[in-house]
Design a protein around this ligand. Structure first.
Ligand code: ADP
Length: 302
């Protein structure tokens, strides 16, 4: 039903009293390895929320690569499109989190950088039978472009989560049915400052002019701004006490896409995405924090 073409990373997380200075050695309070990568996180959200999901990606021929693929298989995700490459190690994110929950992160793409247009070509039958194809920007741009083009060729819808932040050529944006971005990504694409809902509304207009059919901007605890039926709307986030916002955006994207793929309208899909993301921010970790469908309660009113 849904194919995710994207990254798989192992997140190596150390907890530390404060972030170290250059040249400094600190004693941390703990270390965890958790499965992450924007593509894989979004695939897990889709699968946990009941969507038939296939992943196209590239892992290294190493322990992390095997563990990441096994993890996705245990979620019921179709993993034939995950290639094991011998040249590069599996992608990792080295993350330091301090006692005030501030973080600093270094991502080394590793094998994610080896995902080629030919890999997408090898999964053409998957794309041909999909309703929706989802990409992010943690894999080479040529591969993202090829996936969007093949999806369009087969008449399936495309969703681009243009993360991490970078500017993109107009002809690539024109291949996107649903663009989902956070504040900094919207700013990088539109060249405008995006911190408040009213600025996000202007950026939505600007990105629609650039050729994206539908644009959603996520604003963390400030919710989502989107144009629905050509009118701009602001959807407030669910009030929760956030303890770890890792994968908030990925959970939103996966849940939004899960709702769309079962035929829900855009407003219902946004609210479902927000409900799933609000749960994810109350829990630690990336894939570990993503809820299942039966945990998502309907809105209190209406
Ligand atoms: P990203 O992780 O890509 O930066 P955001 O921080 O914009 O994404 O979060 C995506 C969505 O997750 C938001 O639109 C919102 O619905 C939900 N969310 C994020 N942070 C919070 C929060 N503190 N409280 C409630 N919902 C949140």
């Amino acid at each position: 039903d849904v194919v995710v073409v994207g990254s798989l990373n192992m997140d190596l997380v150390v907890r530390t009293p404060r972030l170290p200075q250059p040249g400094e050695t600190l004693t941390g309070h703990g270390f965890t390895t958790t499965a992450g990568g924007k593509g894989a996180n979004q695939a897990v959200a889709l699968a946990r929320l009941g969507t038939a999901t296939a992943m196209v990606g590239c892992v290294g021929d190493d322990d992390y690569g095997h563990a990441l693929r096994d993890g996705l298989e245990r979620e019921g995700i179709h993993c034939q499109g995950i290639r094991r490459c011998g040249e590069q190690p599996t992608g990792v994110a080295v993350i330091q989190v301090d006692d005030d929950s501030r973080n600093s992160i270094v991502v080394t793409p590793g094998s994610n950088g080896e995902l080629t247009p030919a890999d997408v070509e090898g999964c053409d039958a998957l794309l041909a039978s999909a309703r929706l194809v989802i990409c992010q920007l943690e894999t080479p741009l040529a591969t993202v472009r090829h996936a969007l083009e093949r999806a369009r060729h087969h008449g399936c819808l495309t969703l681009l989560n243009a993360a991490p932040a970078m500017s993109l050529p107009r002809d690539l944006l024109a291949l996107v049915d649903w663009l989902v971005v956070n504040e900094s990504e919207a700013a990088a694409l539109s060249g405008q400052t995006v911190t408040h809902p009213d600025e996000a509304a202007r950026a939505v207009q600007c990105l629609r002019k650039a050729g994206c059919r539908q644009v959603l901007i996520t604003l963390g605890a400030q919710g989502v701004v989107a144009a629905v039926d050509d009118r701009l709307h602001h959807y407030a986030a669910r009030p929760v006490t956030a303890m770890d916002t890792t994968a908030a955006g990925d959970t939103f994207v996966g849940a939004f896409a899960a709702a769309l793929s079962r035929g829900e309208g855009i407003e219902a899909a946004i609210r479902y995405g927000q409900a799933a993301a609000a749960i994810a921010v109350t829990r630690a970790g990336a894939q570990a924090s993503i809820p299942r469908h039966d945990e998502i309660l309907p809105p209190a009113h209406s």
